[in-house]
Design a protein around this ligand. Structure first.
Ligand SMILES: CC(C)(COP(=O)(O)OP(=O)(O)OC[C@H]1O[C@@H](n2cnc3c(N)ncnc32)[C@H](O)[C@@H]1OP(=O)(O)O)[C@@H](O)C(=O)NCCC(=O)NCCS
Length: 215
């Protein structure tokens, strides 16, 4: 079976408060700092400690290859007003026949609680469904990752079930040392019909006007 498409286009997405674009070398310091945060260490599989060399490899080689090798696409999330890096959205495990992929996101600790993860995730979702003709987006959150579950619910995700013992989280023991802890994963999904009206609800709650556009 042939697929209609096997690579996402090289694009940027604008929302009221954010610009999602490919990573640039100027993001390396901000990315290094963001990825060394405790919650990122706990809930993602990123290298730890996350060095400048890790960030450089991600920005110059690994992130672009996600797109050019057809696995997904990586967006640096920046504040429109300050142009500062505030996060990352990663679409991965793309199945071009099913037109489905999985989303993951990180927001820098100092930018959390502003609704940025939800705004960025929703903008990517709208682009994926409306412009790219995708039919399903999946999200997996560790059972104790409450903030990420809040984001999932805010963008309209439906919880589909639990993958038991499917995730290794990194937790600190009483001496402050990191250790691997096996935990459950919650699987969430979004279909195109789930997203209708969510952008306006989110914007109203956070006090901004909803829009997103891509080019
Ligand atoms: C998950 C993450 C991206 C959320 O980013 P964010 O920009 O703060 O997200 P938003 O502001 O859009 O929404 C977060 C929501 O979770 C809530 N929240 C945050 N921490 C919480 C906690 N410990 N308990 C309950 N709610 C929490 C916030 O109040 C907010 O809800 P609200 O808007 O109803 O108040 C960020 O915490 C992060 O980068 N975590 C580490 C990496 C990670 O876990 N990625 C997800 C992997 S699946």
């Amino acid at each position: 079976m042939t697929t209609a498409n096997s690579m996402f286009p090289d694009i940027s997405i604008s929302t009221e408060r954010l610009v999602l674009r490919p990573f640039e070398e100027a993001d390396i310091d901000g990315l290094t700092e963001m990825m060394n945060d405790e919650h990122v260490v706990a809930w993602t599989t990123a290298p730890h400690p996350y060095t400048e060399a890790d960030a450089r490899a991600w920005v110059t080689r690994l992130a672009p290859a996600e797109r050019t090798e057809g696995r997904g696409i990586v967006f640096a999330v920046t504040e429109f007003l300050t142009q500062r890096l505030v996060g990352m959205v990663h679409l991965q495990h793309t199945d071009w026949r099913v037109r489905s992929c999985e989303i993951a996101y990180v927001v820098a600790p100092w930018a959390r609680g502003e609704g940025y993860a939800s705004e960025a995730a929703l903008a990517v979702t709208q682009w994926l469904f409306r412009d790219q003709g995708f039919e399903r987006l999946e999200l997996r959150t560790a059972a104790d990752n409450v903030a990420s579950q809040q984001v999932a619910q805010k963008v309209g995700c439906i919880s589909e079930g639990i993958l038991r013992g499917a995730c290794i989280a990194r937790t600190r023991d009483e001496n402050g040392a990191l250790s691997d802890t096996r935990t459950d994963l919650i699987v969430w999904s979004l279909l195109p019909e789930d997203v209708d009206g969510i952008a306006d609800q989110l914007a109203e709650a956070a006090g901004y006007t909803a829009f997103s556009e891509w080019n």
